[in-house]
Design a binder for this molecule. Structure first.
Ligand SMILES: Cc1cc2nc3c(=O)[nH]c(=O)nc-3n(C[C@H](O)[C@H](O)[C@H](O)COP(=O)(O)OP(=O)(O)OC[C@H]3O[C@@H](n4cnc5c(N)ncnc54)[C@H](O)[C@@H]3O)c2cc1C
Length: 502
């Protein structure tokens, strides 16, 4: 039986970042990565399965939903997300600088981030949000306008054909569109090229058994049917929707009582060159009705395989599958255990409006979908848009969730007491903050890599690793490292060098 230091289950953005970070910090590590699908990152991390927004708190109104006692919009969460995304930017920039991966335009592109509101209440909200954010050095370059002509210059589709209602928008030019799938594949290719490392597709991890030296991992080759076992000191379950079933198989007490609630999604996409070329922005609006926070609509430029297109959504949908490509409609039912039955029932009862919303969203006609899109793009024409599937978000449900608020449940990393296994559950804010989340795994399970020579390596890879970038005292340091990362990722490009509309 092979013995390794680290087994990574799943070839999405989480395992890709963790594997690359670990191998950089300790080049002697033997790392194996197993992915069940025919290629890496074809589930939630795939380019078409998520919105590719480099979430930095710039445009997402859902990160700033509350007003403080003074009536002003609270912006703390947006500042935190910005700081977390900055760590991702710095790490990815370092991987380019060090030649681990190349051609950054294949996975990250500059796309301005806009928030757009209409109606008096929306304009008042955005004005307060802007005033709160603008004071912070992260958001210094943000601009605000309630002048239609100005908004038309920023994003003409939003204004043409719109009624006279008040409108307002904020904009920051240094927003990003990220193809997390392409990035994962590049990082995994680098891991696979390193000594003592192996990355395999079409290999399903079927079981996990705790042994004295760590874990015995059972694997099935999906092509040949061959089964084999690997022993590993540490296992990371980065299997996205497949994480909960594996966590349950591990039998660790920390996993008891956890359940999962999958939320499917769909996008409308447009690839008509005349329309795509008129919109170069990610435009986020406010949540609608019963929509969960992660279903706040947005009209986005997407850059995939060097071509631009427009994407609108997400539309939620009801599903019982945990994985898009390799999942089964029995996934939800198979995840039911005695320990999570009550939280699941309670969640179902408390979220009947959400379930109704998801079923309604999934079944709605194209005309109804376009009515939603018309709130952003009044002159939309049906023939230019088609519906495609987005990825599945598998939200974690905990037995201690008093009010069973699954839809507000973010990313959660579960680690056993011996620190020999970690699993990632949940999907928000997701891929953008994956580096920060994986640094937490390293902090918990590989603390020796955060001191001495490995710490110096980490500080070179992520200069803000152990600094408080949010602090006013760090403003100058932030501007320096931020600009350097933008340059290394080729994000300081002029608009005319944008990729062509497809
Ligand atoms: C509709 C939607 C929109 C989103 N928009 C954004 C966004 O704009 N910005 C953002 O930052 N994030 C966004 N996210 C979240 C982001 O996509 C996810 O957080 C992220 O991709 C999760 O990465 P992962 O590596 O954990 O999982 P995944 O990418 O799903 O990877 C898990 C992998 O594990 C494999 N696997 C599963 N079971 C097994 C097994 N038993 N053995 C071996 N392999 C297995 C799967 O095949 C898969 O390849 C969005 C998500 C969705 C669904």
């Amino acid at each position: 039986m092979k013995e390794v230091d680290v087994v990574l289950i799943g070839g999405g953005i989480m395992s890709a970042n963790l594997g690359a970070l670990l191998k950089k910090l300790d080049p002697s590590l033997k790392i194996h990565l197993y992915e069940v699908a025919d290629d890496f990152a074809k589930e939630a991390s795939d380019g078409w399965h998520n919105a590719g927004t480099g979430h930095a708190g710039i445009c997402e109104l859902s990160y700033t939903p509350h007003r403080g006692s003074d009536g002003e919009v609270e912006v703390t969460k947006a500042v935190e997300i910005f700081e977390e995304f900055e760590k991702s930017l710095q790490f990815w920039a370092s991987t380019v600088r060090e030649g681990m991966i190349d051609s950054p335009a294949e996975f990250i592109n500059p796309v301005p981030h806009l928030s757009f509101v209409h109606g008096e209440e929306g304009v008042d909200f955005l004005t307060s949000r802007f005033q709160g954010l603008k004071k912070h050095h992260f958001f210094e370059s943000m601009t605000f306008t309630n002048d239609r002509d100005e908004i038309k210059k920023w994003a003409p589709l939003l204004v043409d054909g719109r009624s006279d209602e008040p409108v307002a928008a904020t904009k920051m030019d240094h927003g990003t569109d990220v193809n997390f799938g392409a990035l994962s594949r590049k990082l995994i290719a680098w891991i696979g090229s390193q000594d003592d490392c192996q990355t395999l597709t079409r290999h399903r991890v079927t079981d996990l058994k705790e042994v004295e030296s760590g874990w015995q991992v059972s694997i099935r080759n999906e092509k040949t049917g061959e089964r084999f076992e690997v022993r590993s000191h540490f296992v990371f379950i980065g299997a996205g929707g497949g994480s909960l079933p594996l966590l349950q198989k591990s039998g660790i007490p920390e996993a008891k009582g956890y359940g999962a609630f999958p939320i499917g999604g769909q996008w409308l996409i447009c690839q008509t060159p005349g329309i795509v070329s008129k919109h170069h922005a990610k435009v986020y609006g406010a949540a609608l009705g019963a929509a969960p926070t992660m279903a706040v609509p947005h009209l986005d430029t997407r850059v995939i395989d060097g071509k631009r297109s427009l994407l609108f959504g997400p539309y939620g949908s009801w599903t019982t599958k945990f994985l898009h490509e390799k999942g089964s409609f029995s996934d939800l039912f198979q995840s039911i255990r005695f320990g999570n039955l009550w939280p699941l029932i309670k969640t179902g009862i408390c979220n009947i409006p959400l379930v109704g919303y998801l079923i309604g969203q999934g079944l709605q006609s194209m005309d109804r979908r376009l009515t939603e899109l018309r709130r952003f793009y009044p002159e939309v024409e049906k023939g230019d848009w088609k519906l495609i599937d987005a990825g599945i978000r598998v939200q974690a449900i905990k037995s201690v969730d008093g009010d069973a608020g699954i839809v507000h449940f973010g990313t959660e990393v579960l680690t056993n007491q011996k620190k020999t296994i970690s699993a990632l559950l949940g999907a928000s804010p997701g891929a953008s903050v994956s580096v920060n989340v994986m640094l937490d795994v390293i902090k918990k399970c590989f603390p020796h890599l955060l001191e001495g020579p490995p710490l110096a390596i980490l500080q070179a890879l992520i200069p803000s690793y152990d600094r408080d970038l949010k602090s006013n005292d760090e403003a100058e340091f932030f501007h320096g490292i931020h600009e350097a990362a933008l340059q290394e990722l080729h994000l300081s490009k002029k608009p005319e060098s944008r990729p062509p509309a497809s």
